[in-house]
Structure formats: structure tokens, C-alpha cells
Design a protein around this ligand. Structure first.
Ligand code: WTA
Length: 635
């Protein structure tokens, strides 16, 4: 166990050094000692950073679900694997033991096979946060099908784009989903999406809300009767180390969303190792990550990471404000949660509410608290540390991405001294570098630059599904030979990293990554819009909000501005989802452009941020006069 669990800071430094000096030996040991394999690898790592080709644990054979479930059955069969906490407080909690999880996954795997799904097929999962969601992921992995989960808050257009991009054969959805006091008509949205998804042959429908839905004959099937018929036993498909495990879409700065493809063995090893160490997981701990499984945080740290470690993981269907703003603290008290992992946007929202919501809750079970998804500002960090962690729980601010698969830079609980708003130190095996605009690495401390990773790690994405060139161009060409994260960071006097935020055209709104260019393309498709530019600006709770500068076509001159604003946001809701709506829409006469015709977003960002005195040099603009006009009409 010595190598796997890091005990203290000096052990961390020792392990870190080893992992950099001899990464192959380092990962070889971890993979050998802590996972179950059908066949060992012939080679730990083969790679080419320029071509973005990575092969971890070549020739190894395994099934990740054997590591997540089967191997725990002997000793932990009756231990709870998943605690399902429903949205509605009066609905019963489900405690799913490892044995029951095995049976549910086996049945689901048999149903999928029965529907003609086999190894390599893509299955789209569009479900609310209910046990069937976790079970579906695992069942796909069990039979070697590639799961592609689409967040249940996405619109029908976003769903169909994702289904078609990776050519899914089957869709798993539900009649509806509960979300606070609202009911989401998932099946109806899915039906709309499927009008343009000829590849989908069958749809499995979970009954959740029991609302009436239309079922298309020979395409749509209620899931439960099929599960009832299926055998509760399943022999796992033997997978190759580099066989795809899942695809998960993330926004791009331009064009359509990127289907990040993760493979089997490396992802498994990395999730197992990082979960254990970052959260100092101990046998018997109750762990709760509040993310949605529709995002990478849910994949890696609700499902795979915890289950690989035989943990008890809470799956929460609801939202932090329902039935009131004390819900998170109630759930912690109710299930005696030991490790709690959430997002800064939730923390900021809850910090604004009355202290009565958390003061009289028993949070004494908490041992470790975590944050993920965007930079956590000092105020939120301190509020979380003092009021929820009660100054005794280490707060792990974990930096990572859909692309990295798992946590990259973070304190290790009880090992790394924390510092507000700092993700602190890289995990063993992770070699960060800060780069300047000219492509040189910036050495030393008290510096800032663009955050890159110099050496492969097992959990990294292998490609963008169907477009390897885009993978190379986006991540491996800005700084040849290195992975470029798209984030900026500072390194403080002790070598701690502080992530400052995106340096590209992605804005993180309430923890959701949104590319501004695809949004602009969409807005420009509105009949009254001539051109638009979108930038982010700071928002108290959401972290960032979106500000749109829109030039209307001449013929729209007399139309009602508010009406057009509404239509623009409706367009966004319909095509992407309500999360991407603009907070402010300012109609402008022109946009500041360079002589080569490029929009100067830097200036628009300053205006949106209300930093009118630091616009910088505007004299090189093609049309400096538009800036004054935009400033004076700022919203
Ligand atoms: C941001 C979420 C600062 C960052 C796991 C990154 C963070 C993007 C942190 C990835 C953090 C995530 N501090 N920023 N602790 N964690 N980010 O793909 O900009 O949804 O590039 O993965 O979130 O978002 P994604």
C-alpha cells in the first residue's frame, strides 16, 4: 500500500520526484498493485506528444467494472455502493449495496446486449441524476460499449448534435426528470432531437416522473419490464487497455463541441489513484460529489473514482436550493457525509443565504471538503473553510479538465498545507509548466503564464472523436511537444499554483464551459442580427456571466429591442440550453476591429467588466470611434 497512499508532505515530495524521474516505473507499480487485470501490459507507455499519440499499458486486458464492482463483492458485497438521495425529500432514499449494484449492472448489460449493442458501439445517455444513470455507464463499460452522456439540461438540438457526432446507435432516457420544483420533459426533448438522428435504432426509457409521454412503436421501450426479464449475472467483456471507454463533449472556442475520448486502462488507474489521495479516502468513508454525471466531474468522481476504491458514493438528484437553501447541509447531516466535493458557484450562492441554514446542522461527520470547476475566489474559499469545514477540514481546490480525465493540481488532504484560492501542487506524475507568449517556459517562482503539461499521464484524453487533427491543433500545437490547457496560472513564492482562468474564448458560467464563438454563430443566425461579439464579465454567483454586443441589421431599425433580446435568448435556449443565455445584450453600431478585421475582444471584455480606464491602446483600431459609443451606452 506504501506507494499508493501518500502519507505526508515529505512522502509526497519523494513520490513526486520518483514519478518525474521514472514515470514508467511509477505508474507500473501503481497499476500492478491496485487493480485487477486479465492480462498484464507489455509496455507501460508509448507516446508522441507532437502527434498526440498515447498508449498506456499496451496489450493489457481488463474490464473497468470488474475493478469497480466484482472485486469488492467478496468483502464489501453488503456495503452500500450508492446512496441515492432523491430530489423530493419525502421520497425514500435508495441504498444500493455492491451486490445490488452488480445485479443492476448485469441486468442492464444483458438488456443492452439484447438490444443488439456490442463492443465499440456508441450509446447515448440522456438521463437525470438517478441510479439508472450510473448503472447505464457501468453497463456500457461492462459490455465494451462506449458511453456518451449528454447533460440532461441540454436542449434537443444540442442532444442531436452530440448523438450524430459520434453516431450513437441507442439512446437511454427517461420520461422526465425532477429538478427542484420543476419537471423536465426529457422524453419530449429527446423525441424532438431524434427527428434528426437516423442512427438511433432504439430508445430505452426509464420511468421516473410517470408523466404521459409518447412512445414510438418498435423504437421506444420502457426499461423496467426488460430489466425484470434479464438475468442478474453477466460475464464482463474483456477489453484492451486502449479500447474507448467513453466520449464526453466539451465546448470548443470555435465550431462544434469536442467529443473527448477516454480509454480504459489509463483512465482507470488514474481515477483510482487520484480519488484515494486527493480526498484521503479511507475504508467506510461516505463520499458526496454534488456534480452532475453529465459532466466529467460526475464521471470521474461520482462513478468511477469512488467505486474503484470501494467507497460509498452519494448520488443526489436535486439542487442546492430545494426545498430550501439548507439542502446540502441536510444531506450531509442525514448521511453522515465524510468527504464533500462541490463547485464554487454553489458555494457563492449558498454563502449569500442566511446562516441559519448551516449553523444548526450537524456537519461534524465532514473530514475533507473540495472544490472544482472554476477558480474559487478568496471570499468563497474562506466562507467554505470556516462555515462548512469548520476550520478543521482541509479544503482541496482541485484543478483539472474534461480533457485531463482526473485531478491534476490539488492539495492532497492532510498532506499538502492549503492556501486560499490556490490549487497548490501537481499530483505525482503531473509535470506542469508555465509558458510565455513566445513559447518559452517560464522558470522560477512568483511568475505567471499559460499552463501546460510537459509529460503524458494515464488519465488524459486520447483524441477528439472523429477529428484527431483538431485534438492536435487545440492542445498540442500552441506549444509543440506540450499539452496546453487553455488556462492561465500563477506560481507563488513557494511553488504553489493558482489558476487564474481561461485564456481562450471559453467562458465558465456557473461551472459550465461555454465557447463564445459558437454562441456568436448562433446569434448571427437571428434574422435581425448583422454581427455580434460575446465576452464574459464577473458575476457574484455564477463566476462569470455573458455580455453580448450585437449589431442589428438596418431593416431591424424600428423593431422592439427587448423583443429581439428575448428572441436571442430563446434561440440560445433552444439550441444549446438555458445555461448559455446572455445576461446583457447591448445593441451597438459597430464593433472594435483591428485593421485585419478581427474583433478586439480585449476591449469589449474591459467594457463589460466596467474597467473603462484600462482599455489599453485603441489607436491601432480600424474604427476607434465605435469604442466611445459602446462605452457610453454600456448596460
Ligand atoms: C476550470 C471540470 C480554477 C478551468 C473538472 C478548466 C478550474 C475548466 C478549477 C475545465 C479549479 C476547473 N480552479 N479553475 N480548481 N477546476 N477549472 O472541462 O478553466 O468542465 O480549464 O472540467 O474549468 O472545465 P471542465
Amino acid at each position: 500500500m506504501g506507494r499508493y497512499k501518500i502519507k505526508d508532505l515529505s512522502h509526497y515530495f519523494k513520490q513526486y520526484k520518483k514519478s518525474v524521474k521514472n514515470p514508467v516505473r511509477f505508474w507500473d507499480k501503481i497499476a500492478s498493485d491496485h487493480f485487477e487485470w486479465h492480462q498484464r501490459w507489455s509496455n507501460v507507455l508509448d507516446f508522441d506528444m507532437k502527434e498526440a499519440r498515447f498508449e498506456w499499458f499496451k496489450d493489457a486486458k481488463l474490464n473497468i467494472t470488474i475493478n469497480c464492482i466484482d472485486r469488492h463483492l467478496k468483502k464489501k458485497g453488503d456495503q452500500v455502493a450508492i446512496i441515492f438521495e432523491p430530489n423530493n425529500v419525502d421520497e425514500e432514499v435508495q441504498n444500493i449495496t455492491y451486490k445490488e449494484l452488480y445485479a443492476r449492472v448485469a441486468k442492464m448489460a444483458n438488456v443492452l446486449t439484447e438490444m443488439g449493442i456490442s463492443k465499440g458501439d456508441r450509446v447515448c445517455i440522456y438521463l437525470p441524476m438517478i441510479p439508472e444513470l450510473a448503472v447505464s455507464l457501468l453497463a456500457c463499460a461492462r459490455i465494451g460499449a462506449v458511453h456518451s452522456v449528454v447533460f440532461a439540461g441540454f436542449s434537443s438540438v444540442a442532444l442531436s448534435t452530440r448523438i450524430n457526432d459520434c453516431d450513437c446507435k441507442l439512446l437511454i432516457t427517461a420520461d422526465g426528470g425532477f429538478r427542484g420544483s420543476k419537471v423536465i420533459d426529457l422524453k419530449q426533448i429527446a423525441d424532438e432531437a431524434l427527428k434528426s438522428c437516423p442512427g438511433i435504432k432504439d430508445v430505452l426509457v426509464v420511468k421516473r416522473t410517470h408523466q404521459p409521454v409518447s412512445m414510438t412503436p418498435d423504437r421506444d421501450y420502457w426499461l423496467q419490464p426488460l430489466l425484470d426479464e434479464a438475468a442478474a449475472m453477466h460475464v464482463a467483456e474483456v477489453m484492451d487497455a486502449e479500447d474507448p471507454l467513453f466520449i464526453l463533449y466539451t465546448s470548443g472556442s470555435t465550431g462544434k463541441p469536442k467529443g473527448m475520448l477516454h480509454t480504459t486502462a489509463g483512465y482507470m488507474v488514474y481515477m483510482g489513484y487520484t480519488f484515494k489521495n486527493v480526498f484521503a479516502f479511507k475504508k467506510g468513508d461516505i463520499y458526496w460529489c454534488t456534480a452532475d454525471i453529465g459532466w466529467i466531474t460526475g464521471h470521474s468522481y461520482i462513478v468511477y473514482g469512488p467505486l474503484l476504491n470501494g467507497a460509498t458514493t452519494v448520488l443526489f438528484e436535486g439542487i442546492p436550493s430545494y426545498p430550501d437553501h439548507g439542502r446540502f447541509w441536510d444531506v450531509i447531516q442525514k448521511h453522515k457525509v465524510n468527504i464533500f466535493y462541490t463547485a464554487p458557484t454553489a458555494i457563492r450562492a449558498l454563502a449569500k443565504e442566511s446562516a441559519a441554514y448551516f449553523e444548526n446542522r450537524d456537519l461534524s461527520s465532514l473530514k475533507v471538503i473540495g472544490s472544482v470547476g472554476e477558480p474559487i475566489n478568496e471570499e468563497a474559499w474562506k466562507w467554505y473553510y470556516e462555515n462548512i469545514g469548520r476550520r478543521r477540514c482541509p479544503l482541496v481546490d482541485t484543478w483539472w479538465q474534461t480533457e485531463t480525465g482526473g485531478i491534476m493540481i490539488s492539495p492532497l488532504a492532510f498532506v499538502t498545507p492549503t492556501k486560499p484560492s490556490h490549487a497548490t501542487l501537481p499530483l505525482p506524475g503531473i509535470q506542469p509548466a508555465l509558458m510565455d507568449e513566445l513559447g518559452n517556459e517560464i522558470h522560477g517562482n512568483l511568475v505567471s503564464g499559460n499552463l501546460c503539461i510537459k509529460f503524458p499521464w494515464p488519465g488524459m484524453a486520447r483524441t477528439i472523436y472523429g477529428n484527431h487533427q483538431r485534438y492536435i491543433d487545440t492542445y498540442f500545437s500552441t506549444y509543440p511537444g506540450r499539452y496546453f490547457s487553455g488556462d492561465g496560472a500563477l506560481r507563488d513564492e513557494t511553488g504553489y499554483y493558482r489558476i487564474t482562468g481561461r485564456v481562450d474564448d471559453i467562458v465558465i458560467v456557473s461551472g459550465h464551459n461555454l465557447g463564445t464563438a459558437p454562441l456568436e454563430d448562433l446569434i448571427n443566425s437571428h434574422p435581425s442580427v448583422a454581427e455580434s461579439a460575446i465576452v464574459g464579465f464577473p458575476h457574484d454567483i455564477k463566476g462569470n456571466a455573458l455580455y453580448g454586443f450585437v449589431i442589428l441589421k438596418e431593416e431591424a431599425g424600428n423593431s422592439d429591442g427587448d423583443e429581439i433580446r428575448k428572441e436571442i435568448n430563446q434561440l440560445i435556449s433552444d439550441n444549446i440550453g438555458p445555461i448559455a443565455k446572455l445576461d446583457k445584450i447591448q445593441f451597438v453600431q459597430g464593433l472594435p476591429k483591428t485593421r485585419s478585421g478581427k474583433i478586439m475582444r480585449r476591449i469589449l471584455r474591459k467594457i463589460a467588466e466596467n474597467e473603462l480606464n484600462s482599455l489599453g491602446d485603441t489607436s491601432t483600431l480600424l474604427n476607434p470611434e465605435v469604442v466611445d459609443n459602446i462605452m457610453s451606452n454600456r448596460l
